[in-house]
Design a protein around this ligand. Structure first.
Ligand code: 13P
Length: 255
């Protein structure tokens, strides 16, 4: 049985290493032995080393990053390379988050990052998602282009290592005028993404695991995990609250 994924995206939070340690430890201390769930917490680069060298990385929680550059080393001021993450023992990295796309990251940039990350043995958590829903269902095409362009040229045998996070931008907790996405919205898109992948890579290819993100909390996690067609959730806002995040993990563990 594959384990359910509960992934936290702390985004640009919290404000200090001390607070990061407290938040991490609060979650860690609240965890019992997990049999059916894999917990990954993706933190700002600055805190990776702090949380690692404070020896906080137990078998219960795995640390991840929120971005990585595609080059290995050199004159790329301000960037972090996959080699650096690999040398630090970091395995997971969020790529193509809508908040980075809003800052100008393109499908082509994300594609280069995915291929580079995979070549270093990192596991990319690739975010895709429509910005709005329209009556003509153009949003399906929007996601199709994201999936195809982001995964262009990825080796068939590495495809199964990837995690795809379907995150409809209109459902994120921080989107102005947001709406709730339903497990049906999620399931529909998951089926569609699988079809795109099968068409592109062939039927005999191990497909990525697909998870859902967008205002996941302790109240709706069960619904998404049981009826959303996904193998896990990507949690933003609620992951900054240890009680709420622990509740989501315990829901995943009980399914
Ligand atoms: P929220 O859970 O705050 O909507 O954030 C989702 C997200 O962007 C995770 O990557």
């Amino acid at each position: 049985m594959t384990k359910k994924l509960v992934i936290a995206n702390w985004k640009m939070n919290p404000a200090s290493g001390k607070e990061a340690e407290t938040l991490f430890t609060d979650v860690e201390n609240g965890l019992t032995l997990l049999k059916k769930t894999e917990v990954i917490i993706c933190v700002p680069f600055l805190y990776l080393n702090i949380l690692k060298s404070a020896n906080r990385q137990t078998k219960k929680i795995i640390l991840g990053a929120q971005n990585v550059f595609y080059e290995e080393k050199g004159a790329f001021t301000g960037e972090i390379s996959p080699l650096m993450l690999d040398n630090l023992g970091i395995k997971y990295v969020i790529l193509g988050h809508s908040e980075r796309r809003a800052l100008g990251e393109t499908n082509l940039d994300i594609n280069k990052k995915i291929k580079s990350a995979l070549s270093f043995g990192l596991i990319p958590i690739v975010c895709v998602g429509d910005k709005e829903r329209d009556e003509n269902h153009e949003y399906f095409n929007f996601v199709k282009i994201q999936v195809e362009e982001c995964l262009n040229g990825v080796k068939k045998d590495l495809l199964g290592k990837i995690i795809i996070a379907y995150e409809p931008v209109w459902a994120l907790s921080t989107t102005e005028g947001r709406k709730d996405a339903t497990p049906v919205d999620s399931r529909e898109m998951v089926i569609f993404i699988r079809k795109i992948l099968t068409d592109k890579f062939g039927v005999n290819t191990k497909l990525p695991r697909i998870i859902y993100g967008g205002s996941v909390n302790e109240k709706n996690a069960l619904e998404f995990l049981t009826n959303g067609g996904v193998e896990g959730v990507l949690v933003g806002g609620a992951s900054l609250n240890p009680e709420k995040f622990l509740e989501i993990i315990s829901i995943a563990e009980k399914i």
